[in-house]
Design a protein around this ligand. Structure first.
Ligand code: GCO
Ligand code: MG
Length: 409
């Protein structure tokens, strides 16, 4: 079964997505997600100019061999652009193999280990009353686990907090409403944040009780000792996890955080290989692996990381914001259902335009996601719908401290 057609599809329904479509000589069509938020065209070029010629006439069944060929053959190891491109190929090949087998992909990954994947959504508010409304709106949609972020008194807009007060339309992601020619600049003050966050969690626990599963994302903004302080101050509120408390590239930083707090730690959305987790997993410095299928070389790459993590009782928390396309989400859901060490799945929900381009078969019922029973990934791409949404340049924000110093955002 050889690959006879390779198409790199770039479209912007709600936001930019890079999709790889592979067609085989017996007519099977597989999709892979290669979206790298804010740097999309780099992956599109990598796929079109450097990978597509290598795929034509290759046997679509040889998934592991193709992965190794692209990874080792490039010589240059890792990197988000390379690993997103490899992910797009890997997921498209798994989609094809599962369709050839006539089974939903999770069956090929070992079959179902659970009935559904518990999902968490993103509630936010510029202040506590807005946050409460947003939590209620998420509960009404069925969410049993909710990430909470708020504005910080004295600061302007903060990434992770919806800019619109309209419940149901709350989005903090930068597209399409906040597309600008240059990155939006935000303001940051860690001491003010550290004073504020525990009061938010206290208010939420008082209002919603002890059973609601709560998460929080620090978005790489703290030093190790600041993160340790936050983890400790949040212990009374029993978080499911504290995410990305320090910049991800320094694995050793979490040793210090770990010495001071029992708040569970999650990290990894900016990682792209098992090597980014080596110390974190072997020294048990984290509780959850946050990588996306899309940024870690696909199902083959992420599965290896999760199998390694499983030996240390570390669980999955696969990245699922709106910049992971429905193809990347579907791939995550098949893994979630199959692996033993599943933790939770992030599910932010795509907008209508995205859902018209990517026709999906996954379901969200009573807080649980399921990839559906269609052969393959269960997602198809509507070219006509996509044609109405050409690529638009879009940047992620930049963050500065009050004195103007550039900071992690
Ligand atoms: C999350 C993330 C996202 C990222 C975004 C960057 O936890 O979902 O932090 O909001 O910032 O995916 O592209
Ligand atoms: Mg995050």
């Amino acid at each position: 079964m050889n690959i006879v057609r390779v198409e790199v599809l770039v479209a912007s329904p709600d936001r930019n997505f890079v999709t790889l479509r592979l067609t085989t000589d017996d007519g099977l069509v597989g999709l892979g997600d290669g979206t790298l938020n804010g740097r999309e065209l780099a992956v599109a070029s990598y796929l079109q100019d450097h990978v597509a010629p290598l795929l034509l006439n290759r046997d679509a069944h040889r998934i592991e061999d193709t992965w190794q060929y692209l990874y080792r053959g490039a010589y240059w190891r890792r990197g988000p652009v390379t690993m997103a491109a490899i992910a797009a190929v890997d997921v498209a090949l798994w989609d094809i193999k599962a369709q050839a087998a006539g089974m939903p992909l999770y069956q090929l990954l070992g079959g179902a280990s659970r009935n559904g994947a518990r999902a968490y959504g993103h509630a936010s508010g510029r202040d506590i009353p807005e946050l409460f409304d947003s939590i209620r709106a998420h509960q009404a949609q069925g969410y049993k686990a909710i990430r909470i972020q708020t504005g910080v008194p004295g600061l302007g807009t903060v990434y992770g907090v919806a800019s619109s007060p309209t419940v149901g339309q709350q989005r903090y992601d930068y597209e399409p409403a906040r597309r600008t020619a240059l990155p939006v600049e935000e303001q940051w003050d860690t001491p003010a944040y550290l004073r504020h966050v525990p009061t938010v969690f206290e208010a939420v626990r008082n209002e919603f009780g002890p059973e609601l599963t709560l998460l929080h994302d620090g978005h790489h903004r703290m030093t190790p000792i600041q993160a340790a302080k936050l983890g400790k101050s949040l212990e009374p509120y029993d978080l499911f996890w504290l995410e990305d408390c320090t910049p991800g590239e320094n694995q050793e930083a979490l040793r210090l955080v770990r010495q001071h707090t029992t708040t569970p730690l999650a990290i990894g959305e900016v990682f792209n290989s098992v090597w980014d987790y080596q110390t974190l997993i072997s020294e048990q410095l984290i509780d959850y692996v946050r990588s996306a299928v899309t940024h870690t070389g696909g199902i083959s790459g992420l599965r290896k990381i999760l199998d390694y993590a499983a030996q240390y009782q570390i669980k999955s928390g696969i990245h699922g914001p709106t910049d992971i396309s429905p193809v990347g989400m579907a791939a995550a859901l098949h893994l979630d259902i199959a692996i033993h060490n599943f933790g939770i799945q992030e599910y932010m929900r795509h907008g209508d335009a995205t859902n018209q381009v990517f026709r999906q078969s996954f379901t969200f019922t009573d807080g649980y996601l399921h990839p559906g029973e269609q052969p393959g990934l269960g997602v198809t791409y509507d070219d006509q719908a996509a044609a109405a949404h050409p690529y638009q340049s879009a940047y992620l924000p930049v963050n500065r401290l009050l004195d103007g110093t550039v900071h992690d955002w």
